[in-house]
Design a protein. Structure first.
Length: 208
């Protein structure tokens, strides 16, 4: 499984209209969690964030919000931000634009947010333009650090290292509150939070 844990500048340049990181002026980093809500992983994430007085952004799959509405409500009540991650976790490269937009708008019935993250980070420039046309004020959120918690070929410690060796002010970091990521997430997240505390990073939700 090939992926880059740190987003290269050339990719950011090719997709300038997407948000890859925020200002480094303040000592703030942004943890994000994709693919929830999940009955085991999401409550764990919420508990860990609360221990460190940290806020985060959850990019939720619409059908999972329908299945676990109470957990989604817990995210909101804890003061975290949410974002749209399509209704059925569609790959934009493999989905025609009309169907892709319909799926995003279906998820939007349950996740009312200006933030959108394409599953797998796979989206075409035309799809980006159409999303911004259909949803005024929409922000396409990517990342500059992947923890790799979705990768069954690495362990939790590798996920920790993927983050702590590359994190810097303004970083947007991806974790997953999902079954696939659970083993690595449950190990890595507490350690990343502790590292951020020691480095005096503020952990904040992405601005809407």
């Amino acid at each position: 499984m090939f992926y880059l844990t740190k987003t290269p500048g050339i990719l950011k340049a090719l997709y300038k209209s997407c948000i890859w990181n925020l200002s480094a002026a303040s000592n703030t980093v942004y943890l994000t969690f994709d693919d929830g809500p999940h009955p085991q992983a999401t409550p764990f994430v919420l508990e860990q964030l609360a221990k460190y007085n940290a806020k985060a952004t959850f990019f939720c799959i619409g059908k999972n919000v329908v299945e676990y509405p109470a957990i989604y409500q817990q995210i909101l009540e804890a003061g975290h931000a949410t974002g749209n991650h399509t209704h059925n976790h569609l790959n934009g490269w493999e989905t025609n634009t009309d169907k892709y937009l319909e799926n995003i708008l279906e998820a939007r019935k349950y996740v009312t947010s200006s933030l959108f993250r394409p599953p797998y980070g796979r989206i075409t420039p035309f799809q980006i333009r159409q999303i911004k046309k259909k949803i005024p004020g929409a922000k396409i959120i990517m990342w500059d650090i992947l923890s790799g918690d979705f990768d069954p070929n690495i362990n939790g410690e590798a996920c920790v290292q993927n983050v702590v060796f590359k994190i810097q002010p303004g970083s947007i970091i991806v974790f997953h509150d999902s079954t696939k990521a659970w083993e690595r997430l449950s190990y890595a997240l507490p350690r990343v939070l502790e590292y951020c505390k020691k480095q005096k990073y503020e952990i904040a939700a992405l601005p809407q």
